[in-house]
Each structure stands twice: as C-alpha cells, then as structure tokens.
Design a protein around this ligand. Sequence first.
Ligand code: RET
Length: 259
Amino acid sequence: MPELSSFQYNIVYNLMSLTVAGMGAAALFFFLSPGVDRKFKPALVVSGIVVSIACYHYVRILGSFEGSYASSGGGVYTATGKPFNDFYRYADWLITVPLLMVELVAVLALAKDESRKLLTRLAVAAALMIALGYPGEAAIGTGNDTVVWVWFVASMLPFLYIMATLFGTLTRATQTQPENVRSLLSLARLVVIVTWSFYPIAYVIGALGASSGTGRTAIQVGYTLADLTAKAGFGLVIYAIARAKSTGTEATVGQPRTA
Ligand code: RET
C-alpha cells in the first residue's frame, strides 16, 4: 500500500471516527422516531438496524485502518504490512442494502403483492452487485487491472438495473401518494440516485489512483461519505416521509366531527 501524508491519514481516520458517532446517534434517533404513527414504525426500526450495523462495521473498519498504517515520523504514514480489511464494507453492504430497500418499500405502503415482487427483484440484484464487485475491489492495488475492471463492469449491470427499477417505481409511486409527501418522495429518489452513484465513482477513482496516497484516501473518503448519506441521510428522508404521513392521519383523527 502506498504511503500516506499525515494530512491524508488524518482525513480518513477522523472521517471514519465521525461516522461511528454519526451512525450511533442516528440509530438512537430512528429507534425513538418521535411523532411517527405506529403504522410506519417498522420502516424506522429498519433504518435504526441499518445504521446500528454500520456503526459496528465502522468501529472495525477504523480499527483495521489504524492497524494497517503507522507513523514513520516526518509527517508520513507507511503501511505496516497488516492489510486493510475491505471485506467489512462488503459484508456491511450485503446486509444493509437489502434492508434499505425494505425501508423504502415499507414507507411507500404499496399493495402487498407489488411490494413483495419489487423487493425480491431488488434484493437479488443488490446481492449480485455486491458479490460481483468484491473480487475487483480486492484486486485494486495488486496490479491486476483486468480483474479490477472485468468485475467492475459485471457489478455495474445489476447496479444499472436497480437504478432503473427504483427510478421507475418511485416516479410512479409519487403520483399515487398524498400531496404532502410527493416532494419528499422525489427527494428520496434523488438521494438514492446521487448517493448510490458515489460508490462506483469512488471505486473508479480508487482503482485509477491505486498506487498513490491520494487514490487510497479518495476511495475511503468516497465510500465513507456515501455510507453516511445513503444510510443516515436516507433514513432521515424516510423519517420525514413517515412523519408527514403520520401528521396527516393524526390531523384527521383529531378533527372535531362536523356532523
Ligand atoms: C461496487 C463495485 C463497483 C461497481 C459498483 C459498486 C456499487 C456499490 C454500491 C453500494 C451501495 C451501498 C449502499 C450501502 C448503504 O447501506 C460494489 C462499489 C456499481 C452501489 C447503498
């Protein structure tokens, strides 16, 4: 692994540390989910589980990063020879990506049959995307470019399928939802498309710059920021949707009878 300047090391270290705290705090918030009707609690509980799993993985990712580099003085960090374990990220995604989809589909409150079919297709594609991406990720920095790019392309296929499906479903669902949640659903769609696109971009930047400290820093910063927004940020949008739908119900229930 290439050496890192202390600036690069500190950016990665501090961002990972911040992510442990952010995911933990988000978990507490989603589990409490103030002001949300019982009907939508399951979606928020899933959000809480997603960020709890991520919190644990970031503790391990940070520990692994810490063990893989050591200060050699003069503002430089060199590899200790203990490899950085990329697998924590992939294990995390394998569990959390299908859960994020459960969250999204739960809050849409589509017909049961439709939800189940949609979820199955999305979950299978997500598992494929992650499983196909890992062999490429593990080859970054080994000099075996064919492996890096063949698996990247393979992983992009289910990725594009997921993007197209989510875009189509969310656009259609937006039209059948109550007025007050429409703009929030468009926001959810935007957050998914933007944050998910961060991952392959970080991969490409990391793969192209695998032999430089900048490339190594960029891929870690990219994945970490993407995780924060795709899990905690997206969870907040789900919370806002659930809350908006809840207020609607409460207002109706609480209104004085006119007849
Ligand atoms: C990989 C490998 C290269 C190609 C592609 C990838 C996509 C990863 C994605 C991950 C999303 C993770 C999320 C986690 C949140 O909990 C595997 C980097 C397309 C899209 C949303």
